[in-house]
Write a protein that binds this ligand. Structure first.
Ligand SMILES: C[S@@+](CC[C@H](N)C(=O)[O-])C[C@H]1O[C@@H](n2cnc3c(N)ncnc32)[C@H](O)[C@@H]1O
Length: 205
């Protein structure tokens, strides 16, 4: 990874992802995590304050960027949470099949380079009946916004550490084999290019 990605990007991501509307979205899903949890691309640890330590046995905090991990290790959290960091990318999950109760993904499916492969891996390591909690930004429903997202995306992706503006998250989840149990979507406050949010619960049958 470049110096920009390791030293500068973590602070920019922390700033962009810690907005009030994004925090409200985190609050809607993260408290439902239970058992053995795998959080994909924890970034700077902005979800940590929302976990319920009474329900969570352990959190595997996957984050390929060492620069992000430096900040995440200092993020506020309940001291009873057992959090262990791992650095492998989500396309190569080092877990046994059907060993995870809950997977948490927030504002990360936009960035994972091979998102289809990563979702297949997630489905594999999740226990049958296990859930994937998601809150993501993505492709807007309005044609003019969608058009602009597609135009801006190549430049944005370079500046924003690989983030894509135009992924349709529920479709990606369904194509990977997840069943959507809760599927909500709306613009949250912010620029329309970046603020169409998808959130909810996807399960493995
Ligand atoms: C926009 S940040 C979001 C961080 C965090 N999930 C949040 O909600 O604030 C995207 C994160 O995805 C991580 N990432 C990039 N490639 C990844 C991969 N292949 N597997 C898992 N995480 C990845 C980045 O390092 C970064 O921390």
């Amino acid at each position: 990874m470049s110096i920009y990605e390791e030293r500068v990007l973590p602070y920019l991501v922390n700033l962009a992802c810690s907005s009030k509307p994004a925090s409200k979205q985190r609050q809607k899903i993260v408290p439902y995590a239970e058992g053995v949890v795998l959080e994909i691309g924890v970034g700077t640890g902005l979800n940590f304050p929302f976990y319920d330590s009474q329900k969570v046995i352990k959190i595997w905090a996957l984050e390929p960027s060492e620069g992000m991990q430096v900040l995440a290790k200092k993020a506020p959290r309940d001291s009873q949470l057992n959090i262990e960091f791992i650095t492998t990318p989500s396309e190569e999950l080092p877990f046994e099949e059907a060993s995870i109760d809950t997977i948490v993904v927030t504002y990360v499916l936009c960035t994972i380079p091979d998102v289809e492969l990563a979702l297949q891996q997630m489905l594999k390591v999740l226990k049958p009946g296990g859930k994937l909690l998601f809150s993501e930004h993505g492709s807007a429903p309005d044609e003019p916004v969608k058009f602009l997202q597609n135009i801006v995306n190549p430049v944005w992706r370079k500046l924003a550490g690989g983030c894509n503006l135009n992924r349709n998250i529920p479709i990606l989840l369904q194509e990977a084999g997840f069943i959507l149990k809760q599927d909500e979507r709306m613009y949250i406050p912010g620029y329309r290019l970046f603020s169409y949010n998808y959130w909810g619960v996807a399960v493995k049958n």
